[in-house]
Design a protein around this ligand. Structure first.
Ligand SMILES: [Zn+2]
Length: 64
């Protein structure tokens, strides 16, 4: 489970905060890198990978 102290409210729901740029995210928007949360832009810049979930994220649904 994510550390609750790192969660924020975004778009009316609790979600993680990007560990790289501090952006507030929904769980649908967040992308895990190891034990960190990342936003889409940071994920791309850190991994060089474009997540396949782009554009069809479902808020509140945990992503692998
Ligand atoms: Zn970020």
């Amino acid at each position: 489970m994510p550390d609750i102290s790192r969660l924020g409210i975004h778009q009316g729901e609790i979600g993680p905060i990007c560990d790289f740029c501090g952006a507030r995210l929904t769980f649908g928007q967040s992308l895990p890198i190891d034990d960190k949360f990342s936003c889409f832009d940071c994920y791309k810049s850190k991994t060089g990978i474009t997540p396949s979930s782009d554009g069809k994220a479902v808020p509140g649904l945990p992503m692998e």
